[in-house]
Design a protein around this ligand. Sequence first.
Ligand code: SF4
Ligand code: SF4
Length: 176
Amino acid sequence: MFINSRNFGNYGADIYLDLGMEFEEITADEAKDILDEMHTRGYVHQALYMFDAGAGLFVMCNCDDDVCSCVKGVRLTGTGIGKGPEICNQDPAKCLGIEKCGKCLERCPFGVNKADGDTVIFDQSKCMRCELCVTTCEGGARQPEIREDYEYEHIMSKVLLLAGKYGYERMVPYER
Ligand code: SF4
Ligand code: SF4
């Protein structure tokens, strides 16, 4: 059975129905709780878009970097996932060093951080801004900021993706 997204209105849910699998509708708050839980576990949030259609959030993944071919692909080749509207920066003065902390080395699924003795070498050009290192950085050395070279404004506005941050208006949850 194929259900057209435009009629059904749940995008990725169509796939589950098409495969004969079930899904459950959840509220915006339940979705946020799931995202928080996945983040704590070290999974990478990915928003998948209908690139061919030029618009439309299709589905959201929470990727285990041991399993996800997209994340592995970025680690190996540097391509495969579009970078989000933010980037992470590091304040070297706040970094506690690898012996006292070193959490970003293990936490980053994209291999952005390398060890040089007790120092973390952070290659910002490779940062996808998944925020996994930001929330576990013991020294508070990692902070997100708006990415200047965000490439997907034509598909998903950064004002929408970053709603509630940087002075952008907070989104009101959609109620059915
Ligand atoms: S997680 Fe933060 S404090 Fe710890 S090593 Fe990395 S940058 Fe330094
Ligand atoms: S935000 Fe941190 S964990 Fe995520 S890609 Fe950038 S350096 Fe790696």
